[in-house]
Design a protein around this ligand. Structure first.
Ligand code: ADP
Ligand code: MG
Length: 311
């Protein structure tokens, strides 16, 4: 009898938050797959800015009225988002909600807003206008019309939570893919060195062959791009990453940014920050951070990688 060990790959997929979630494990474990599915369903009910009945929307409806008490995990993610928004003032901003709702990019009714409507909302996205109370776990948006939107970081947070969940269930390796937001864990049992290979999609042809592939030990690999959700008016592309300075989609040399770092929530924050920074300043920023790598793809499909990846 041969003592050769064959590693089997078990892939589960489900549709959620308008995207495909896939879970790759190297051990059959239907119970854990169900646990992940249930976790994501619950999470969507709490964190979504697209469902009127979510807890997040409850905070938004009470803007300018009163503080709202929320569960610890939602509180923590909001706090993380608000703190990052105060730090990266000109780019990442979880108070971007009023603009997301005005443009409706990627949803029914997307349209070019009136400049006056844009201008009016610029007063409603100030991160300092959020009051957080750690003891009471309350969030208060102090002005009427303010709106939190965790769209840029929620999936990263879910990915981090899922990794914890899988590990506490005794799994040693796997891939959590939340619509292109990839979180790897453990050693890849299918490669001799245990590394993983992740394709970077081609912004010109998102569903075609990847533009390039990176090799990494288990990390989070998160991409943000202008090819994900957009609409075109008079030949101009309006995509879903909105500038807190202007209220319009950010317009620079980039088509996508991928961040590679252990924690997925941080990866999400940095994809947005680097998107605004552009390729030159973005590379500088990443090269000064520990255990953060990046791939920038320009609108001409030129690829720029941070030092640690080029090696
Ligand atoms: P995806 O949802 O396609 O993974 P991203 O992670 O890039 O994309 O997040 C984009 C989402 O983040 C938008 O749909 C919107 O909900 C929100 N958003 C848009 N602009 C900003 C911004 N400047 N800062 C924080 N969040 C933003
Ligand atoms: Mg993001």
């Amino acid at each position: 009898m041969s003592n050769e060990v064959t590693t089997k790959k078990y892939v589960s997929q489900f549709e959620m938050f308008g995207t495909v979630v896939s879970l790759t494990l190297f051990k059959r474990d239907q119970a854990v797959v169900e646990t992940v599915y249930d976790y994501l369903q619950d999470a969507d009910r709490i964190f979504s800015a697209n469902r009127e009945d979510s807890l997040l929307m409850k905070i938004n409806r009470q803007a300018g009225v009163q503080p709202v008490q929320v569960p610890r995990q939602l509180y923590n993610l909001i706090k993380r988002g608000v703190v990052a928004s105060r730090k990266y003032r000109d780019s990442f901003n979880v108070l971007i909600g009023p603009f997301v709702k005005l443009w409706r990019i990627g949803f029914e009714g997307q349209r070019l807003p009136y400049p006056a409507d844009i201008k009016a909302r610029l007063q409603l996205i100030e991160p300092d206008d959020v009051l957080l109370n750690d003891e009471q776990q309350t969030v208060y948006l102090t002005r009427r019309g303010m709106e939190l939107d965790l769209g840029a970081i929620a999936k990263g947070y879910f990915a981090d939570q899922i990794i914890d969940l899988l590990q506490s269930n005794g799994l040693k390796a796997g891939i959590v893919n939340l619509g292109g937001n990839v979180q790897l864990f453990g050693r890849n049992p299918l490669t001799s060195d245990g590394r993983w290979h992740v394709g970077i999609r081609n912004p010109q042809q998102p569903t075609g062959q990847p533009l390039t592939t990176i090799s990494t030990v288990a990390k989070s690999v998160v991409t943000s791009g202008i090819d994900e959700r957009y609409f075109i008016v008079d030949g101009h592309r309006y995509h879903h990453i909105l500038s807190p300075l202007t209220g319009y989609p950010i317009d620079n040399d980039l088509a996508s940014v991928t961040i590679v770092t252990p924690e997925s929530t941080l990866a999400e924050i940095l994809t947005t920050v680097c998107f605004f920074a552009g390729s030159r300043r973005g590379l500088e920023l990443v090269d000064h951070m520990t255990d953060v790598e990046a791939v920038f793809v320009t609108r001409q499909n030129k690829i720029l990688m941070s030092r640690g990846l080029e090696r």
